[in-house]
Design a protein around this ligand. Structure first.
Ligand code: FEO
Length: 379
């Protein structure tokens, strides 16, 4: 790729990315090297892979000097090896935003990076044939983030944007793990992601090089841009239903699954999640994917089952909006789960609350099958 190499690493040891997201197929931390009249190294990798990464860098440099270390993002999965690299390369000038240098000192001390070049929106770093034009991307996913555009290869180095969970040596579809990554990590900042997309739309981009996941070009690039346009604006990707439930003794589950069966029989795409057992971030991502969400839970301690509470908090935190939402509540003596769920969702914009609310008294013997048919018909 025109003297641009990915010298990143694959992480198959990590169980929880950022301490909370399950990554059964690992994680990739990408780092790129541009060799031209000047040589630029773009970002580092996670702390656990410092030695492996530095060995790859030195092999790629083959003894030549590294003129620049460009830092797009100071989160430690990308920045952890800055001091390590500079201790071996005193010739290198670090290039990043003023705020990133502040963060760098917080992580590594004030004497880090004695040679510095502060860049801001629109600044260009000339390397020879290649150049990097810097574009600010605040909150995608920290405030100091820069992306950069390399004009000769029409490449956008996009930092966290357009990344995904999963190591690069695992072959898996991009959409699901990119969605789970975006919604989980950047989902709250849709306005800021839209601002980045607007800036990107002014560029002729033929390739995106993110800090996680594969390089995107051709149809993969077209698909990724379309997905990001939907995700950043909170639009659903497709007509379909996420059914998310909790159940203590299986009765609420029975009604939730009956609704799912009815919807499938009508030809709907349906994804079902047992929130106590299935991956929460997948359930949240599915809720953003589809146009409709069905929530089913028990009345519990005068409120709702705790895991459902956590799930709804996860939706609200990420600005869940513009969806249809239906409710199934269960309660043996004083069912009020639907009211609690509606109250929790009150901050969400442009939700259409589907009627009727289904109230189950204890078990599906309380007309559960008929109620499921009624709700499925309403959906
Ligand atoms: Fe991949 Fe926000 O760091």
């Amino acid at each position: 790729m025109n003297n641009i190499k990915n010298i990143g690493v694959n992480d198959h040891a990590v169980d929880l990315f950022e301490g909370q997201y399950k990554v059964p197929n690992g994680m990739a931390y990408n780092s790129y090297l541009i060799e031209d009249e000047k040589c630029a190294l773009l970002d580092t990798v996670d702390a656990h892979f410092g030695a492996e990464w530095q060995a790859k860098v030195e092999a790629a440099l083959a003894g030549r000097a590294c003129d620049y270390l460009v830092i797009h993002h100071m989160e430690p999965d990308h920045s952890a090896n800055i001091a390590r690299f500079l201790s071996a390369h005193s010739e290198t000038t670090v290039v990043t935003s003023a705020q990133a240098f502040k963060f760098m000192e917080q992580f590594f001390g004030s004497t880090v990076a004695p040679k510095r070049q502060v860049v801001k929106e629109g600044d260009i770093l000339h390397l020879g044939v290649h150049s990097l034009q810097f574009i600010t991307a605040p909150m995608v996913h920290w405030p100091e983030v820069l992306v950069s555009y390399e004009a000769s290869t029409k490449t956008l180095f996009s930092a966290d944007a357009f990344g995904k969970f999963g190591a690069l040596d695992v072959d898996e579809p991009w959409d699901d793990e990119a969605r789970r990554y975006y919604i989980g990590i950047v989902g709250k900042f849709g306005v800021q992601a839209q601002a980045l997309l607007k800036k990107a739309s002014a560029l002729d981009i033929q390739r995106i090089c993110p800090l996680h996941g594969p390089i995107l070009q051709n149809t993969a690039l077209t698909n990724a841009l379309a997905k990001y346009t939907a995700w950043a604006s909170y639009a659903s990707e497709e007509d379909g239903v996420t059914v998310a439930y909790t159940s203590v003794y299986g009765n609420t589950r029975a009604v939730a699954l009956a609704v799912a069966d009815e919807l499938r029989a009508k030809g709907k795409s349906v994804a079902v999640f047992d929130l106590a057992r299935d991956d929460m971030s997948s359930a949240i991502a599915s809720s953003f994917r589809y146009s409709t969400l069905v929530l089913a839970t028990t009345t519990y301690n005068g409120s709702i089952f705790p895991i459902m509470h956590t799930f709804i908090e996860g939706l609200v935190e990420r600005n869940f909006q513009q969806r249809r939402v239906a409710f199934i509540e269960n309660g043996t003596w004083a069912p009020l789960a639907a009211k609690v769920m509606k109250d929790l969702l009150a901050p969400c914009k442009n939700l259409t609350l589907v009627e009727p609310v289904i109230t189950v008294r204890s078990s599906e013997l309380d007309g559960g099958k008929a109620k499921a048919q009624t709700l499925a018909a309403a959906l």
